[in-house]
Design a protein around this ligand. Sequence first.
Ligand code: ZN
Length: 113
Amino acid sequence: MTATTKHYRDMEERLIVNSIVDPVTGCWPWLGKQSGGYGKLNVWDKVKKCRITLWAHRVAYETFIGPIDEGMEVDHMCENTICINPNHLQQCTGLSNTMYYHHGRYIKREVNG
Ligand SMILES: [Zn+2]
């Protein structure tokens, strides 16, 4: 272990330490590395025996709620893509994704006008 590597007891602790709670929205903005507006983190893959990069919101979903089904994506109900609050996340299929890209950001598609 090096001085730059923090040791976390488990993934739950790592997620909490690397995020804050927004008192207004209830979001947990990720404080770690980001890519394309999404939080990401490096983890050791025991099977592949190498470091892999995972999306923080997907890790939060699997850590606090449960496994993500095959082929499913994790959608932000709060539209805050940096948020990892499991209560703001839901599984959705890529095909029925309710988000669409509009003026540089993903926004919810209004179903009933
Ligand atoms: Zn949120």
